[in-house]
Ligand binder design. Structure first.
Ligand SMILES: Cc1cc2nc3c(=O)[nH]c(=O)nc-3n(C[C@H](O)[C@H](O)[C@H](O)COP(=O)(O)OP(=O)(O)OC[C@H]3O[C@@H](n4cnc5c(N)ncnc54)[C@H](O)[C@@H]3O)c2cc1C
Length: 501
């Protein structure tokens, strides 16, 4: 088994959006002596394209969410600079494209009524939680649980899909309400390659050849003290650095993939455990031809079933990739985990059942299926973080606060934009800026303590000065203590280079 030790100033764990943006900021500030350790064989993390059915689909993040508002979304800016091809998504009609199990679309009046009921119930639930938190004794009205298939479908999109949340979301209030689907064969990940090009060496547009990026390095142990951090990978390599940026997902932090020596403090592990993980799965299906309606207002449609979240949310890819004959169905949480645990053939059968309910028995069999498994992936353990409603400021502060030389990054550390690519991107920048500040402070501290040490070393020398003439004593006291100690060192009279440096 290999057992080498590599030393650097900073170790960055993870080459996803936050790891890459963090490295870029370090490089821009003159800290080039870092090493990025990535568990997989690629950069990108939860941004991952797959070749499927003749096009490039996004198995992870697909949308640039939050565009067109008062502030500019930094990821949208990167996409614009890179001429990334995107397609505007209009979800507004989805709530009126709800199919029942016999293939009929619910009347729009009933859909609107169910939608209003669901929104009111969600607002009531929020109020109830608020009063519970404040310890209020006032009995609040209980929220009404959804019961019918249409109510369950609407409840699902309201709570499990970002398109219609009841709480204002910073992404949309700050950056705007529009969402653009990335539809580019270079993939969403192209933005990361573009960023990495500014500080890593490339052999070609997507081939990185820089010894500071080590792929297939699974970090399994982090030992830290006040001064440095040592990392051990599964293949037996050791890495030592003054500082670390840890950008592994919240799911990984909750798992036992990485052990810490000493264990992380209680306030940190409690903050990690409080933050939930959402599993979000986009299943892609390729057909020989299309059998679903196309045209304005049809891109998104819902399937109402008595089981909540059962193949509920559908999208056709004709707007983004005309002629691709691809449908996407999104599952979340329990349904995602259930599907991940079964064979793709079983999933295909279930999805075909839902489609035949909606569009009739003559629907052709899908030729291909893609089921990403974000929950089973031990380098992810879920899709993104989700802070419980009414989380406190302290929860966010604790989750990102450094522990000794370990600085935490990743989308889950971004208070305003957690769960999103721009959240991860901004988190990387914030973490590096905090680390750079700490490096500056450490330098000042080191200088101050070496001054203190030099003074301390000077005392015996000053005692010796008793033997000097008064003129010699005067010269000695005129020299500042710091300069004196340095001069002695330079003349080789004190063999304590480490102490003085
Ligand atoms: C299915 C899905 C759909 C999504 N849709 C959207 C969307 O439409 N729009 C949007 O804005 N966001 C979306 N997101 C969220 C978005 O993808 C993430 O917020 C963002 O990519 C997270 O970046 P990160 O750098 O924080 O983490 P990651 O990208 O997860 O990077 C962390 C890296 O750490 C590595 N790692 C983990 N453990 C170790 C270890 N022990 N040793 C070494 N390396 C390790 C991982 O391999 C990974 O590369 C989606 C996510 C998923 C999964």
């Amino acid at each position: 088994m290999a057992s080498s030790t590599t030393r650097s100033s900073v170790i960055i764990i993870g080459a996803g959006t936050s790891g890459i943006s963090a490295a870029k900021v370090l490089a821009e500030n003159g800290v080039e002596d870092f090493i990025i350790l990535e568990a997989t064989d690629r950069i990108g993390g939860r941004i991952r394209k797959e070749d499927f059915g003749g096009i490039s689909v996004e198995a992870g993040a697909g949308w640039i969410a939050g565009v067109g508002g008062k502030e500019s979304n930094p990821v949208w800016e990167l996409a614009t600079q890179s001429n990334l091809h995107t397609c505007l998504s209009d979800y507004s009609n989805a709530r009126f494209n709800i199919y029942d199990q016999s293939g009929k679309i619910y009347p729009s009046g009933l859909a609107a009524e169910s939608y209003n009921k669901a929104v009111n119930s969600a607002i009531q639930e929020l109020k109830n939680q608020e009063s519970k938190l404040c310890g209020s004794l006032t009995l609040s009205e209980p929220s009404v649980a959804p019961k019918t298939p249409i109510e369950l479908a609407i409840d699902f999109i309201l709570h499990d899909f970002e398109m219609a949340e009841v709480e204002p979301i910073s992404t949309y209030t700050d950056f705007g309400e529009r969402e653009f689907l990335v539809a580019d064969k270079r993939g969403y990940e192209f933005l990361l390659y573009k960023m990495a090009q500014t500080f890593l060496h490339f052999a070609s547009e997507d081939k990185i050849i820089d010894s500071r990026l080590e792929l297939n390095k699974v970090v399994k142990e982090i030992k830290y003290s006040g001064n440095d951090v040592t990392v051990r990978t599964e293949d037996g390599c050791n890495y030592v650095a003054d500082h670390m940026i840890l950008s592994a997902s919240i799911g990984v932090l909750k798992s036992d993939l990485i052990t810490f020596q000493p264990p992380l403090p209680k306030w940190k592990t409690e903050a990690i455990m409080k933050c939930d993980v959402i599993v979000y799965t986009k299943i892609f299906l390729k057909f020989p031809y299309k059998f679903w309606p196309c045209g304005p207002g049809t891109e998104f449609f819902l399937y109402a079933h008595e089981r909540r979240g059962y193949y509920t949310f559908w999208q056709h890819m004709e707007n983004a990739y005309p002629g691709s004959n691809i449908l996407v169905v999104t599952l979340t949480n329990g349904e995602s985990k259930r599907v991940e645990a079964q064979t793709d053939d079983k999933t295909l059968k279930e999805a075909m059942g839902a489609l035949r309910d909606m569009f009739g028995p003559s629907v052709p069999e899908a030729e291909q299926i893609l089921v990403p498994r974000w929950w089973e992936n031990r380098f992810q353990r879920g899709s993104y973080s989700n802070y419980p409603l009414l989380s406190t400021r302290k929860d966010f502060v604790d989750i990102k606060a450094p522990v000794g030389p370990i600085f935490f990054s990743g989308e889950h550390t971004n208070e305003r934009f957690n769960g999103y690519v721009h959240g991860a991107y901004l988190a990387g920048i914030d973490t590096s800026n905090a680390l750079l500040e700490e490096m500056r402070r450490k330098k000042v501290r080191n200088q101050a303590s070496s001054l203190h040490l030099k003074n301390y070393l000077l005392q015996p020398l000053l005692a010796l000065s008793e033997a000097l003439t008064s003129a010699q004593r005067q010269t000695l006291s005129d020299i500042s203590k710091w300069e004196f100690a340095q001069q002695l060192f330079l003349k080789g009279k004190l063999a304590m280079q480490e102490a003085i440096k």
